[in-house]
Design a protein around this ligand. Structure first.
Ligand code: HEM
Length: 148
């Protein structure tokens, strides 16, 4: 089950990135007077929340399995780049990004004009996208993860 969820979590990153990008483009257009904001920010919110739920399941299965090499609070886990990354860095940065998306979405909803909705969504989602890109264990970072 852990392996299946890891594959789902790994593959879903591409949908997260795609929906965030489409949401940001749509928000930029609305901000600059190009009409009403699309449903993309909502889809991006939903897919990132699903990703977070899978992440939490992986995290708790990982902690409870002493032989897991990525999630561990065993002595010295902060000195190992891989356990530090998955146990602390990935978790914290992704949670901040998801909070920004959630807060940005609900703040935008309460704005009066499409331009203001677009500007708020654009700002919050762009910062979240940058954090997510930084917190993904891309293969070239040597953190034991692949492209899919
Ligand atoms: C938008 C949010 C997120 C994205 C795009 C993302 C993406 C990824 C990617 C690409 C991997 C590498 C998978 C592999 O190929 O081995 C990974 C691993 C992992 N993520 Fe996330 N993640 C997100 C949020 C989270 C959150 C919020 C948590 C925890 C609550 C989490 C927990 C984990 C864990 C435990 C692993 C290691 C799985 C393993 O044993 O290989 N992720 N994540």
């Amino acid at each position: 089950m852990y392996t299946g969820l890891t594959h789902a979590h790994s593959g879903l990153r591409w949908l997260v990135l795609l929906f965030l990008l489409l949401a940001i483009i749509s928000a930029y257009r609305a901000w600059k007077g190009g009409g009403s904001l699309s449903k993309m920010p909502l889809f991006a919110l939903i897919v990132t929340h699903i990703q977070m739920l899978i992440g939490f399941v992986l995290y708790f299965i990982g902690i409870s399995n002493e032989s897991n090499l990525k999630i561990s609070f065993m002595d010295g886990f902060m000195k190992n780049a891989i356990t530090r990354f998955y146990t602390i860095e990935h978790l914290i940065l992704m949670l901040i990004a998801i909070v920004l998306i959630t807060v940005g979405y609900s703040k935008a909803k309460r704005k009066a004009t499409e331009e203001a909705k677009g500007k708020t969504t654009f700002t919050f989602y762009l910062i979240a996208l940058i954090l997510i890109l930084l917190a993904i264990p891309w293969p070239f970072r040597g953190l034991g993860a692949g492209w899919f």
